[in-house]
Design a binder for this molecule. Structure first.
Ligand code: UGA
Length: 440
């Protein structure tokens, strides 16, 4: 049984710890946040992720997973330490590495035997070498160690499945033996393992996220053109997706990407390029298109109401998180959209299945209602921000009858325009013209 320490019990750290424990390793999760660790010891999850609590409970009960705030305890007998701490955006879009540096220092000061330090946090290219420097500098006595980059490719809401069935495992290190040992840990996942150097591994992570963000901005640009020309972007995407060189995923037009990864990583990659004197045009366009989606959404509500000022108008938001199956509100388009609607004079109310408590802190003037039906009552227009499954099952007749006007802007294209029209809604999606019918 291998002993693994995971530093950081945020999204990536906690999933990594629980999943490696489930693969039969002995894992200790470390965090400097005592409240979080106390909660975890008592079975309280700091995040909402389907299946996570069951996985943590099962492995804690089996004695394979434990939590601590003590580096000495966590590193005792550990052969591997995963660094999975946050790398928020700094002022200029660069990744803020203070938590990575602090973790590297603490590992150096508390390591008791030979160690492989594996970086899971998304860090600028070159950080692995920098971490190795910090560790060497802060060791009390020279103990051998290696640094391996192993970027994570988990999606929130599907993280456990993504960990257990990865498309690939990327390992970067100049120490082949260390990379091989980390590869062994991943063998039960039966995924292709790509071993490369540190910087290339770090770059693969940024390039992957930037490419996925590019697909989203691409289809959003196509959606705009579809609207002008009377074509349906959902069918365009489906038709394109059959081409294996293109692929069907990440071609859903809507109000754009949010979350803790794409906005931060595209910005950080652009920043790295600029620091080297480049002008990363494509990355800037991807970000610009994505920012414009939020303005487009506010404008669409105005267009549907045929009003520039939204004074006296009540808008109801269905969904607040950046995507379904998560409680994460970071960079959620819904936040800017709610603020934009309020700035135009609207009264905004909202319903989200999971995130209303957190959202209320970010949007203090938005009234949160306990059910979508109560939320819709008396609204002039409803807007879908998040494609939660429960919105697909709503009794839309009931909703229509209690609204002031039956207007619905579907920012995630979850409803069928024909059916919505048949139900008596004035409905608009994104990029959903049809045979010349202009969607504006
Ligand atoms: C993303 C990547 O998908 C993961 O592979 C990566 O590991 C992770 O970032 C990370 O770097 O940690 P995540 O942020 O959880 O995962 O969410 P996604 O499912 O990728 O969605 C991101 C955003 O794009 C959401 O706001 C979603 O609504 C939007 N999106 C996604 C679209 O607007 N259209 C699409 O077709 C797909």
């Amino acid at each position: 049984m291998k002993k693994i320490c995971v530093v950081g019990t945020g999204y990536v750290g906690l999933i990594t710890a629980a999943c490696f424990a489930d693969l039969g390793n002995r894992v200790i999760g470390l965090d400097i946040n005592e409240k979080k660790i106390e909660g975890l010891k008592n079975g309280v999850m700091p995040i909402y992720e389907p299946g996570l609590k069951e996985l943590v409970d099962r492995n804690m009960n089996a004695g394979r997973l434990s939590f601590t705030t003590s580096y000495t305890e966590a590193l005792k007998d550990s052969q591997f330490v995963f660094i999975a701490v946050g790398t928020p955006s700094g002022v200029d879009g660069e990744a803020d590495l203070r938590y990575v540096a602090a973790a590297a220092r603490s590992v150096a000061q508390n390591m008791q035997g030979e160690l492989i330090i594996i970086n899971k946090s998304t860090v600028p290219v070159g950080t692995g070498d920098w971490v190795a420097g910090i560790v060497a500098e802060h060791q009390a006595e020279a103990i051998p160690f290696s640094v391996v980059s192993c970027p994570e490719f988990l999606r929130e809401g599907a993280a456990i499945g993504d960990f257990m069935n990865p498309h690939r495992v990327i390992l970067g290190s100049l120490d082949e033996e260390a990379a091989d040992k980390v590869a062994q840990l991943h063998l039960p996942l039966r995924a292709p393992i790509v071993v490369t150097d540190l910087r290339t591994a770090e770059m693969i992570k940024y390039a992957s996220n930037a490419f996925l963000a590019t697909k989203i901005s691409f289809i959003n640009e196509i959606a705009n053109i579809c609207e002008d020309l009377g074509a349906d972007v959902t069918e365009v995407a489906a038709g394109m997706g059959y081409d294996q060189r293109i692929g069907a995923q990440f071609l859903q037009a809507g109000i754009g990407y949010g979350g803790s990864c794409f906005p931060k990583d595209v910005k950080a990659l652009a920043h790295m390029a600029e620091e080297k004197g480049r002008h990363p045009q494509l990355l800037h366009s991807v970000m610009e298109i994505n920012d414009d989606r939020r303005e487009m959404a506010v404008q669409r509500v105005k267009d549907m109401l045929e009003k520039e000022s939204l004074e006296g108008i009540t808008v109801g938001l269905l969904g607040l998180t950046f995507k379904p199956n998560t409680d994460d509100m970071r960079e959620s388009p819904a936040v800017n959209i709610a603020q934009g609607l309020q700035a135009a004079g609207a009264t905004v109310r909202a319903y989200d299945p999971i995130a209303m408590e957190e959202a209320a802190q970010m949007l203090p003037n938005v009234k949160m209602l306990p059910t979508p039906y109560q939320m819709a009552e008396g609204c002039d227009v409803l807007m879908v921000n998040t494609a939660w499954n429960e919105f697909r099952q709503l009794d839309l007749r009931q909703i229509r009858d209690t609204m002031k006007q039956p207007l619905l802007f579907d920012g995630r294209n979850i409803y069928d325009p024909e059916k919505m029209a048949a139900l008596g809604f004035k409905y608009r999606g994104v990029g959903r013209g049809y045979n010349g019918r202009i969607e504006k």
